[in-house]
Structures are given as structure tokens and as C-alpha cells.
Write a protein that binds this ligand. Structure first.
Ligand code: UTP
Length: 297
């Protein structure tokens, strides 16, 4: 099996029910954080780690994702004629990325979406990026996971400590710390209750997986919510090989959720050099009004 991670999978075939009605006819992954769709942040994160082959798992109403990473002759011509060179270069860069697409006919769950990637992955280890889990571009989570994979040659799950009031939204591990943020996973539970959660270490949207996961997924039965769950499949995999977690201590935005999406938008806008000054003044004025018990007009 290859030593390095060259391929990344972006499951993007979910129904995005938490964002309805916005996601009725357009993909959640195309919702912008300031001026870039969520999925572009994920693709750029993978590129920054040296990954150069990408697969997006799409479904119904997802064609705009393909259009986003495709050539746009008319737009490019228009930007060229109006001298908007910087924008032109940015737009052209998007279609220089080597992206393949596979359709998941029915949204049968994240595990099933990953199984759809089998013909693309073949016999290599690969990264999975859930693009609605946004990691700030300056962070090195995926890179760190790839380095750990290089040493352990086993699946690596990104973990984050979450509060027990939110634990029911995640896959949660039972594990033993082996040093330097690395945990050996003993067991996993998908969406546990506060009482049944084995820890507060939740799996977040970055994985390094090995191709033996496909055999497990092919035999997997539907789990929580009637979906083929990736967490359950990794649980089965544990019977035949070690699996590790890496505890991420940086910032993450769950932008598949409205509040997380708003937080990402505000923080990214504050850091955006074109917006920062005026946006901060606006936020301060809003904060002052809220502090005085008023609503913004
Ligand atoms: P989510 O749990 O966020 O589900 O999926 P969702 O459908 O996108 O959104 P909600 O919860 O209904 O609001 C996690 C990731 O798995 C993908 C999603 O696109 C998202 O990136 N996914 C989920 C699939 O690709 N296929 C599926 O069948 C389910």
C-alpha cells in the first residue's frame, strides 16, 4: 500500500436538512463563507497538504459544484476585457484542479457515500474531508494527521473535545492516549446520549482511511437514522486493525449548522482585508445596541 496520501474524497451528497429551505435545490457545500463556497475551502486545504487528486461525491441538485470547478469561458473573457486580472487568475485557478465526480444515487449515509469512492481510491490510503466542517486555512490539522499516518500506517480520525450537551450530534470514541494528541481507539459510538457517551472526544470532519474500509462498508447494515454509518464501519474495522484518533485543539466551524455557519462568516469576514475595517465597526455598533438591550434597526 502507498505510503503517502495523494487522494481526497469530499462527500457532498447529503440532503442538508438543517439548512432547508436554502438547500432544497442548491447544495449546502456551495453556501459561501464570505466569497468562497464551503467546498472550495476544503479543496484548498487538501491542496495545501500536497494532495492532488480529488473526488467529490455528488447527488441530486449538486450540479453547481461541478460548474464551480469547471471552465467559465464567457466570465473569463469578460474579466479579461474589463482588466480584472486578479479575479481572472482566481477564477482560472479553480478549473486547474484535478477533480473527479461520482454520484451517490440515494443519500444512504456517509458510509455509503465513502463506499461510492472505491473505484477512484483503489488500493491507496486516502483523506476524507467533510467540507461543512471548516478549519481555518492557517491551521495544520490535515497535515498533522498525514504525518501521523506516515508513522502509524493506520486510519486516523480527527477528534475534538465537545461539551456533553452536544455529544448526541457526533460519533464518539473510547480511547487511550498514547502521547502527543494521539489516541488509540478502542470503541466508537455513533450519536450517543449523554449517558451512553464513552468520552467527550467527538469525531470531526477529517479522516485518513485505508482501503480495507471498503470491504467493511460493502457488508454494513444501516445504523442510526437508517443510514450506513462510517462510524459503525470503523468500529468493525477495529476488530482487525488498529485505528487512531488525533485530538485537534484549534478552531472548527460546524458550518452545516446555522449558528456555526454564522460564526464562520463573521470570523472570516473580520480576517478579510477588504472587509475587516468597516465590518468590525459595524459589529461594534451592533454589539453596543445589543448591550443596551436594543435590536439592530
Ligand atoms: P451530514 O450529517 O451533515 O448530513 O453529512 P447532511 O445531509 O449533509 O446535512 P443535514 O444533517 O441533513 O443538515 C455529513 C457529510 O456527509 C455527506 C454530506 O454531504 C456531508 O458532507 N453525506 C451524508 C453524503 O455524501 N451522503 C449521504 O448519504 C449522507
Amino acid at each position: 500500500m502507498s505510503e503517502t496520501i495523494k487522494k481526497a474524497i469530499f462527500p457532498a451528497a447529503g440532503l442538508g436538512t438543517r439548512f432547508l429551505p436554502a438547500t432544497k435545490a442548491s447544495p449546502k457545500e456551495m453556501l459561501p463563507i464570505v466569497d468562497k463556497p464551503m467546498i472550495q475551502y476544503g479543496v484548498e486545504e487538501a491542496i495545501s497538504c500536497g494532495i492532488n487528486e480529488f473526488l467529490i461525491i455528488t447527488g441530486k441538485h449538486k450540479r453547481s459544484i461541478e460548474d464551480h470547478f469547471d471552465c467559465a469561458f464567457e466570465l473569463e473573457d469578460n474579466l479579461k476585457k474589463s482588466g480584472k486580472q486578479q479575479l481572472l487568475e482566481e477564477i482560472k485557478r479553480l478549473n486547474q484542479t484535478n477533480i473527479a465526480y461520482i454520484r451517490q444515487g440515494y443519500a444512504l449515509g456517509l458510509g455509503h457515500a465513502i463506499l461510492c469512492a472505491k473505484p477512484f481510491v483503489k488500493e491507496e490510503p486516502f483523506a476524507v474531508i467533510l467540507s461543512d466542517d471548516i478549519i481555518p486555512p492557517e491551521d495544520t490539522l490535515l497535515r498533522d494527521m498525514m504525518l501521523i499516518y506516515g508513522k502509524l500506517k493506520s486510519p486516523i480520525l480527527a477528534l475534538q473535545q465537545v461539551s456533553m450537551s452536544e455529544i448526541h450530534r457526533y460519533g464518539v470514541i473510547d480511547g487511550v492516549r498514547e502521547g502527543d494528541g494521539v489516541y488509540r481507539v478502542n470503541n466508537l459510538v455513533e450519536k450517543p446520549t449523554r449517558e451512553s457517551a464513552p468520552s467527550d472526544l467527538a469525531i470531526i470532519g477529517r479522516y485518513i482511511l485505508t482501503p480495507d474500509i471498503f470491504d467493511v462498508l460493502a457488508k454494513a447494515e444501516p445504523g442510526k437514522g437508517g443510514e450506513i454509518q462510517l462510524t459503525d464501519a470503523i468500529g468493525t474495522l477495529l476488530q482487525s486493525r488498529p485505528v487512531y484518533g488525533f485530538l485537534y485543539k484549534g478552531k472548527r466551524y460546524d458550518a452545516g449548522d446555522k449558528l456555526g455557519y454564522l460564526k464562520a462568516t463573521v470570523d472570516f469576514a473580520i480576517k478579510n482585508p477588504d472587509l475587516s475595517g468597516e465590518f468590525k465597526s459595524y459589529l461594534l455598533a451592533v454589539a453596543k445596541k445589543i448591550g443596551n438591550g436594543k435590536l439592530p434597526e
